[in-house]
Design a protein around this ligand. Structure first.
Ligand SMILES: Cc1ncc(COP(=O)(O)O)c(C=O)c1O
Length: 404
């Protein structure tokens, strides 16, 4: 008789967004005339920019001719894309990252879930609380944690780093030293971020203690403030302790196209073994390359036209973020995020629980958001709204909140 990976059984109940989906479907079935505005899931709504569409068309045409057809892509990504990434995302920012340290993939979710595979099972894992659930769940599935404690709302064997109002949602290095540290800035779900000096503290801590930082910069394009680092490699010493994960989903609307990449510097070593080489081995064995068509679309993200159009696209969502932030502030809500990120993290009014506020907002305002407690214990009493809706819906949602 076969057995299963029992680590999967440690994962509690249903996934946050399925619970939300179920609640919204029930509400809509009971109130079919109510127009619901969805500001919950972090999915983009604007169509692909013209430069991207053009690159996709061109690549499709190439695929239709014998002389320009492409089969399997190189494991680590096409040189043209890795070159564009190295030049634009790193060299242009003064970061020392070379093309052969960049691994193209089908998105940041896969990479942030898979990266743990190349580390030992006895590594202690630290995540922020609240957190993007993939970092934690992928380590649970791998067996790197103990059981889930329903009463405490956390897994045994995990180091949770609280991100609260008191520390301005900037995690502090924990006393108990972790081996793997997941950081995400600009942050999902809080929409807050970290200064270069604060990130340098983490890099120094990791180098001193022999830890690895897995740095998720999926929302880098939303940074508006000067002192906020776009990459962890802006910090001194990051090449020996940090892996960076990036996505094309939020800067270029690729949520349905699928493209991302991970940077593993050659200087990151464990007793002489190159972590970069391990990831190359893993990538080459388990991933058969992102599609040629999609990588050409990714290259167009860095063309002059692409950059111009995507700046406008990001600015569209940034304007939504500003609308939400300002409207809630004017109404007296305590609000965070929104300045360097497409997420607004608000404190629920009158000490309502996160789910209580979810039900209230759905029922009275017909607006869907995400309960903060779905991202961890420290998210209780908070609520996430996203700037990824249309401008019109965002304005309408704020009008409705004013009338609550
Ligand atoms: C922090 C973070 N990382 C990664 C992802 C997933 O990115 P991708 O679409 O590239 O898989 C998301 C998506 O919401 C995210 O919030």
């Amino acid at each position: 008789m076969f057995t299963i990976n029992e680590n999967y059984l440690k994962l509690p109940g249903s996934y946050l967004f399925s619970t939300i989906g179920k609640k919204v479907a029930e509400y809509q079935a009971a109130n079919p005339e109510k127009p619901i505005i969805r500001l919950g899931i972090g999915d983009v709504t604007q169509p692909l920019a013209p430069a991207i569409v053009e690159a996709l068309h061109k690549a499709v045409d190439e695929m239709g001719k014998a002389e320009s057809f492409h089969g399997y892509a190189p494991d680590l990504g096409y040189d043209f894309l890795r070159h564009a990434i190295a030049e634009n995302d790193y060299k242009a920012r003064g970061c020392d990252i070379s093309e052969d340290e960049i691994f193209v993939s089908d998105g940041a979710k896969s990479d942030s879930g898979n990266i743990q595979e190349i580390f030992g099972m006895d590594n202690r894992v630290a995540v922020c609380d609240p957190v993007y659930p993939v970092y934690l769940d992928s380590n649970v599935m791998a067996g790197r944690t103990g059981v889930y404690r329903e009463d405490k709302g956390c897994f045994d064997g995990v180091i949770y780093i609280p991100c609260t109002e008191e520390n301005h949602f900037v995690p502090e290095p924990p006393k108990e030293v972790p081996d793997l540290i997941y950081l995400c800035f600009p942050n999902n779900p809080t929409g807050t971020t970290i200064t270069k000096e604060q990130l340098q503290v983490w890099v120094d801590y990791a180098n001193k203690n022999g830890s690895v930082i897995i740095y998720d910069a999926a929302y880098e394009a939303y940074i508006t403030e000067e002192h906020v680092p776009h990459s962890i490699y802006e910090c001194e010493g990051a090449r020996t302790c940090a892996i960076e994960i990036r996505s094309f989903s939020k800067n270029a609307g690729f949520t349905g196209v699928r493209l991302g990449f991970t940077v593993v510097p050659k200087d990151l070593k464990c007793n002489g073994t190159s972590v970069r080489d391990l990831w190359a081995r893993r990538h080459g064995t388990k991933f058969n390359g992102a599609p040629y068509i999609v990588q050409r679309a990714g290259e167009a993200v860095y063309s002059e036209e692409g950059k111009k159009q995507l700046k406008e696209q990001v600015a569209y969502y940034q304007r939504n973020a500003r609308v939400i932030y300002d409207a809630l502030k004017d109404l007296g809500y305590t609000v965070y995020g929104g300045v360097n990120a497409p997420y607004i993290w608000l404190k629920t009014p009158d000490h309502m629980g996160s789910w209580e506020f979810f039900d209230y907002l759905l029922d009275k305002g017909n607006i869907v958001g995400t309960p903060g407690c779905g991202f961890g214990n420290c998210g209780e009493g908070y609520f996430r709204l996203t700037a990824f809706g249309s401008y019109e819906n965002t304005l309408e949602a704020m009008e409705r909140i004013k009338k609550l």
